[in-house]
Design a binder for this molecule. Structure first.
Ligand code: CAA
Length: 386
């Protein structure tokens, strides 16, 4: 067993850290306040290949492995969790499913576009179907050489800026999950409207919107996978996405611990730095231990994916642990900052708000437990794809 990253993975970590500390961290608070990522930063992310990370080289991408990808996301998230999720949704649940389920023609058409120009998004959730994703009701009715979509989606990360949406819609009402089909739908398709922005507790710079489909005609060639296979497309996409969210949570937790340790050494009370009090030391020790545990689980899930081994339950374990750990680490960081931690003067206030969503999106912690328990109580031999 080797716990060391390769030279290339270490190099990617160092390069991403340099970029994140130079270009993202200095404006992270401003982005949070403005509830937006500036176009200029989006362009820099594009130029530095962050939107092509998982796309294979033959389709114009960087083609890095999943371990390196997790490392990169952690580093981005350490500077801004909002930037990390923008990159993660694009790569993990926007582009990767095309690589997994697309025909050669679809890969040749969409992957190079996603690598160099398009932003991707994933549209599964609806107002009435969140955790019970297979209960979605957006309709896709076949009409000649097209499908006609009607319905709405919500909680769509990247919704305001995405150029391509991976949309799950119902092609049969008789069957629950087997009646769902996946479609690739371009932003400018008539009948697709970007709905209201959703105002959130944290992750403010990452945009989240509704999507509305009104007689939206989508050519049959834009169907991803077979009719009725959309639920599997979504679930496999989420296996990868959950590794991304675990890495995002790690970044928030690491930033929280770094800030807490720095502050504890600077802040004096009762005649000495508060870092000398055992109460503070224990919080730091717990943060360090749990960050390490979550990082090991996250990299293990990524490694399984790289090895073509089943990784769904392991991705869920990584997300379950990392997200809870991030919430607690951010809480400790605020606690160590005392009253100042509750003000906008210190970044830990943002970490605290940002951490919570990692327990909610791409499957709540309760859903991760369903996946994990299911793998033990009713094991299925599921193949995975890199
Ligand atoms: N890979 C491949 N196939 C899978 C799979 C996986 N990981 N998980 C399930 N399946 C298959 C099963 O094998 C089964 O197939 P067959 O019966 O056809 O053989 C089928 O899918 C149904 O499986 P289940 O009976 O387990 O399905 P279920 O309806 O009970 O749901 C669930 C399972 C795990 C609860 C699932 O609904 C789920 O993950 N829910 C949460 C949804 C979610 O994460 N939403 C987040 C959306 S994205 C987001 O947050 C916003 C954003 O932009 C980031």
């Amino acid at each position: 067993m080797n716990f060391q990253l390769t030279e290339e993975q270490e190099m990617l970590r160092a390069m991403t850290r340099e970029f994140a500390e130079g270009e993202i961290a200095p404006i992270a608070a401003k982005m949070d306040e403005a509830c937006a990522i500036p176009d200029q930063l989006r362009k820099k992310l594009r130029d530095q290949n962050f939107f092509s990370l998982l796309i294979p080289e033959e389709y114009g991408g960087a083609g890095i492995d999943n371990v390196a990808y997790a490392v990169v996301l952690e580093e981005l998230s350490r500077a801004s969790a909002a930037v990390a999720i923008t990159v993660s949704v694009h790569n993990s649940v926007g582009a990767a499913p095309i690589q997994l389920f697309g025909t050669e023609a679809q890969k040749k058409k969409w992957l190079p576009l996603l690598a160099r120009e398009y932003l991707g998004a994933f549209a599964l959730t609806e107002p009435g179907s969140g955790s019970d994703a297979a209960a979605l009701i957006t309709r896709a009715d076949r009409d000649g050489d097209a499908y006609v979509l009607n319905g709405s989606k919500t909680m769509i990360t990247n919704g305001a800026f995405a150029d391509l949406f991976l949309v799950m819609a119902r092609t049969s009402v008789e069957q629950k999950h087997r009646g769902i089909t996946a479609f690739l739908i371009e932003r400018n398709t008539p009948g697709l409207r970007i709905g209201n922005a959703i105002h959130k507790m944290g992750l403010l710079a990452s945009d989240t919107t509704e999507l509305i489909f009104e007689d939206c005609r989508v050519a049959v060639e834009n169907r991803l996978g077979d009719e009725g296979h959309g639920f599997k497309v979504a679930m496999q996409a989420l296996d990868g996405g959950r590794i991304g969210v675990a890495a995002q949570a790690l970044g928030i937790a690491q930033a929280s611990m770094d800030a807490a340790a720095r502050y504890a050494k600077e802040r004096s009370q009762f005649g000495k730095p508060i870092a000398e009090f055992q109460a503070i030391q224990w919080m730091i020790a717990d943060m360090a231990t749990e960050i390490d545990a979550a990082r090991l689980l996250t990299l293990r899930a990524a490694w399984l994916k790289d090895s073509g081994l089943p990784c769904g339950p392991q991705a869920s374990m990584a997300k379950l642990l990392a997200s809870r750990m991030a919430r607690v680490a951010a809480d400790y960081a605020v606690q160590i900052h005392g009253g100042y931690g509750y003000t906008k003067e210190f970044a830990v206030e943002r970490y605290y708000r940002d951490a919570k969503v990692t327990e909610l999106y791409e499957g709540t912690s309760e859903i991760q437990r369903i996946v994990i328990a299911g793998s033990i109580l009713h094991p299925k031999d599921r193949k995975t794809s890199k």
